[in-house]
Design a protein around this ligand. Structure first.
Ligand code: IMP
Ligand code: MG
Length: 180
């Protein structure tokens, strides 16, 4: 589909699945190199719900032993950030002493990443890294280092590949942007 309609808004295709998949290949290669000889078992932290599809694609490309833990954070209402991040579900396992790779769908203002870093520090994680499918460089104003970024996109609202507009559109395989 070149265009999709969700509720009151129309979106047009911005990034086809093949481009997304190729970008995930690259990020997974880098992660595999970085964690190739590790003696611990790193944790992939799935930030629900947006990261589900990315996590599925990423993890099947990883060749080192890893575990999955989840949490759920929310900050968006409709098509804009409320600026307040809420932890809607706590960490699903103890992360004391663990190295954690945060797996995010998108880094926008960076509020969520800052909050996640704090949550992991409080949980006693040994170290944390950030892996995000998408980055909006024009919106990101924090100094948290982003270790793995698959794709950079303009500062516009998008849906698909796990990302939603009012909880709809997460199931689209391609990524769509608001058609104005
Ligand atoms: P941040 O805290 O502003 O960096 O936003 C991070 C979270 O907001 C992401 O994990 C997404 O769930 C959501 N988000 C940010 N931008 C978009 C977008 O363009 N479409 C859908 N969700 C978004
Ligand atoms: Mg999210």
């Amino acid at each position: 589909m070149e265009k999709v309609t969700i509720k009151d808004k129309t979106f047009r295709k911005l990034i086809p699945y093949d481009t997304v998949a190729a970008a995930i290949d690259k990020v997974a290669d880098k992660m595999n190199k970085d964690f190739k000889d590790c003696e611990d078992v790193p944790v992939l932290l799935c930030v629900l719900n947006g990261s589900i599809m990315f996590m599925g694609e990423l993890m099947k490309r990883l060749v080192f032993d890893c575990q999955i833990v989840s949490t759920k954070l929310t900050s968006y209402a409709g098509t804009s950030s409320t600026g307040k991040v809420k932890q809607a579900m706590g960490l699903t396992a103890d992360l004391t002493g663990r190295r954690v790779i945060i797996v995010e769908d998108i880094v926008d203002t960076g509020n969520t990443i800052v909050e996640l870093k704090n949550i992991l520090k409080e949980a006693g994680a040994a170290e944390s890294y950030v892996c995000t499918l998408l980055l909006k460089p024009d919106a990101y104003k924090k100094d948290v280092h982003l270790d793995y970024v698959a794709l950079e996109i303009p500062n516009d609202f998008i849906v698909g590949f796990g990302l939603d507009y009012d909880e709809l559109g997460r199931n689209y395989k391609d990524i769509y942007t608001l058609d104005i």
